[in-house]
Design a protein. Sequence first.
Length: 277
Amino acid sequence: MSKLPPVEKLSLGIRKSVRDDWDAKKEGIETKISEILGVAWTIEVDPKQIYAYSDSSSFAKENLGACLHDYFDSASRRLADFKETYGEDGVQELNTICHAHVMTMDLDEQKRFTYCGADVVDGQLRLLFAPNNLGVNIASCLDQPFLMDALNNAPAPEGTQMSYTARTGIRQGYDPKIEEIRARVAELVAKPDIKLNPNFEENFAKLLEESKVKKTGLGKDWQEYFGDWTRRYFAGLVSQLEWQKFEDDELLQEGFNDVIDKGEIVFRVVDKLKSGS
């Protein structure tokens, strides 16, 4: 569905609704969003443009100001939930992806959502409503699945091709625990400066390619667990070294370090393992 042109003029009653229920409260919502996200955000929305779709919504048609308020006020609450779940690092990356620090509202021209959703365009976070569903499921535009998809589908920050979900999985499932694992490996092989290389970018590209294969065995939620799975492989290495009693065997330690002469253990996703591997 193509966009409709904005209405030329709002009636007095609708203008009053916009003035009392939206204009008077907009700044408060902007302040709330800015406090949640830690930087100044603004809201940009054209009531005349939104009202062009109000024939499908008695709420919007009769109470446009309240309708706009509910969309953005609900969005602020979903962002608070997001911050609680993903913390300051998640918020920082959201601010980087949505670099314009603007929230707006628009028609879902591509008909991606049944009722509502979100995307990121030109660094703006857009609340989207489906054609003929303005005012329906107002509180759900930034529900976690919609917001995560919006962040995943936005251009990634410079220096990475990994999705937001994968990067979040690394921050939560890998980064906090990997140094403890590395230190234990270092003890077991008697090499204090041993390095663990997760090879994230290459492995992500490999798994992303596999995820597009028909009847793949890769789960749909693989990106969410990307960091945790990688950590578990290195934890498995610790278990194997302990089981083989490396810590108390100088010959095993010497043999290991002779072979791993670069002092680095790399995790790779490969097409096929050699027989017996």
